[in-house]
Design a protein around this ligand. Structure first.
Ligand code: ADP
Length: 557
């Protein structure tokens, strides 16, 4: 701006100087004209006196330089001319100065001579004998005057230009300095120039609008961050190129993004094929995509949703949520179904084989009873298996009657021991029950029964010939402890954590042989969990096992 003002001032000053120079030239031109006319007049008078005294001879003696002298008769006939032959000159009666001199005694005229291509100042004097003496001097031209003035004018011009340059610079700075010092952070506090106050007011209003808008955006961002940072799900916002715009803590942790992730290509953080595919689908074709990926030993569903502006993809939202439970349940369901069909297939094959043999008559009559018994045992096994499967499915679905009532644990244990005594007798296993008489637990009878039954049943099944089973039921201050101990085959250390899984058996063939379904301990675990009871296991291979279930005492509501 300073430069602009300075430049314009320079142009203005130069034009002003040129105009002033031209005006001065005009004034000087007319001034010198007047002076010259006076000179010519004086010369004419002097020459007139000389001619009066000596006649034309006077004129012929004169040493003339630029001055032209002409003597004209009263009739206009040229008698003498200092520059031309008098006889060759035309009659001068019509010349204004001659005419005027003849009439008034003296005449003046200034005009351009077509013959000499110059302007001349003419002065004529009438002599006493009626003749007219005329003196002509070439008029100084403006160019001559200007040329004479050039050194002086140039010097003046240079001095003025230098002065003006400094003055212009100073003025330009003085104008712009307050503008440069404007405090635009507080526009309304500037009062240097009244002319710019509408501009300052406008700046103030716009600044206020920007500040309000900024405040609003900051609040939105703060709310957004507060909500997203505490989300259990991972959230990532990407631009149209797949670069990270924002991500919450959870997503940062899952992807190990560190602190500086804004602007990072998401593929630098997550490169797995499945993710790349769905991301490409979202960014290139605007398609929603989802997949399940493992993170930190957990399963996360990754949803990639494009953000569309019309048909154009302007960004992508990536959501990661924990589906480990769902996946585990799904996996369990698949395994459960596979196990069920496998468990049912074995007895069915045996039954079908036996029936086929019997039907074809290929079995000796004395063996027929054996075959029928085999069919019976397999059917019994299937019935037990189906019963266990149905029961555990009911537990899974929460379809078991959960109403609580007073249960005498000792009474139940007694009944179970009695019902299992034939099996125990077969193996010569002795069972003892140790309790303080009646131990009352307020719980779900069916669940409690299945816990006691399965533990005693296993203690008999997985016992040695002539082994012992000891059942103890003790009431504590706010717990009831059921303990089923045997001195049977015991459970290897590595299997102890897994025996509560569905269909898990330490020795599959042996378990099947003795009628195990692989669901007994899974039922115990589920039934204990539903009643908030804890299970502990101590076992040594070859020495026996002790299962302890601790029930929390509950009071009837
Ligand atoms: P099963 O119907 O096969 O008995 P369970 O779920 O009741 O299935 O038991 C799972 C496995 O745990 C059994 O197959 C067996 O190998 C082991 N097991 C359970 N109880 C005992 C025990 N008291 N002594 C030794 N092994 C046991």
């Amino acid at each position: 701006m300073t430069k602009q003002i300075f430049k314009h001032m320079q142009i203005l000053i130069t034009v002003a100087l040129l105009v002033a120079f031209a005006a001065m030239l005009g004034i000087l031109y007319s001034y010198f004209g007047v002076v010259q006319e006076g000179q010519v007049k004086a010369e004419a008078r002097l020459a007139a006196q000389g001619v009066e005294a000596e006649g034309v001879t006077y004129l012929e003696r004169l040493d003339l330089d630029t001055t032209r002298v002409t003597l004209v008769a009263a009739n206009g006939q040229v008698i003498y001319d200092s520059e031309a032959d008098a006889s060759s000159l035309e009659n001068h009666i019509s010349r204004p100065e001659v005419k005027e001199a003849l009439e008034d005694g003296e005449g003046m005229s200034t005009r351009f001579s077509g013959t000499l291509l110059k302007a001349f100042v003419y002065c004529a004097e009438r002599l006493p004998d009626g003749t007219v003496l005329r003196i002509a001097e070439p008029r100084d031209t403006a160019i001559n005057i200007a040329a004479g003035m050039i050194p002086f004018v140039l010097m003046l011009l240079i001095i003025l230009m230098v002065c003006m340059w400094f003055a212009a610079r100073h003025v330009a700075r003085r104008i712009t300095q307050p503008l440069n010092q404007l405090d635009l952070d507080h526009p309304m506090e500037n009062d240097e120039y009244e002319e710019i106050s509408p501009l300052l007011k406008r700046i103030y209003v716009q600044q206020k609008q920007i500040a309000d808008e900024k405040g609003r955006l900051v609040r939105i961002e703060r709310d957004f961050t507060a909500v997203t940072q505490h989300m259990a799900e991972g959230l990532i916002l990407l631009d149209e190129e797949g670069r990270v715009l924002n991500m919450n803590n959870k997503a940062g942790k899952l992807l190990n993004a560190g602190d500086v992730y804004i602007g990072t290509d998401i593929l630098a953080l997550e490169r797995r094929e499945k993710f790349r595919e769905i991301l490409a689908g979202a960014l290139n074709d605007g398609e929603h995509g989802e997949t399940v990926l493992p993170y930190d030993r957990l399963s996360y569903q990754v949803d990639v949703t494009p953000v569309l502006d019309g048909k154009k993809v302007i960004g992508t939202v990536v959501l990661l949520f924990d589906v480990t439970e769902r996946e585990t349940a799904e996996q369990m369901r698949r395994e459960f179904t596979a196990n069920v069909s496998h468990e049912l297939k074995t007895p069915l094959h045996t039954i079908s084989g036996c029936a086929e043999m019997l039907e074809s008559g290929g079995v000796k009559p004395e063996d027929q009873k054996k075959f029928v018994h085999l069919i019976y045992t397999q059917v019994q096994r299937m019935i037990t298996l189906v019963q266990d499967i149905l029961y555990i499915s009911h537990l899974d679905e929460g379809a078991v009657d959960m109403s609580c009532s007073r249960i005498d644990m000792c009474l139940i244990a007694d009944k179970v021991i009695e019902s299992l005594s034939p099996e125990a007798a077969k193996k010569h296993v002795s069972i003892s029950l140790d309790s303080d008489g009646e131990v009352i637990y307020y719980g779900v009878p069916r669940l409690t029964e299945s816990i006691i039954f399965n533990l005693i049943d296993n203690a008999i099944k997985y016992n040695k010939e002539g082994g012992k089973v000891h059942v103890s039921i003790r009431a504590g201050s706010d717990t009831i402890t059921l303990q089923v101990a045997d001195n049977g085959i015991g459970i290897p250390q590595d299997d102890q954590d897994r025996i509560f899984e569905r269909f898990y058996r330490v020795d599959k063939s042996r378990s099947r042989e003795i009628g195990g379904t692989g669901l007994g301990l899974a039922i115990v675990k589920h039934a204990a969990m539903l009643q908030n009871a804890q299970i502990r296991l101590e076992s040594r291979l070859g020495q026996g096992s002790t299962f302890t279930v601790i029930f929390q005492e509950k009071s009837p509501e």
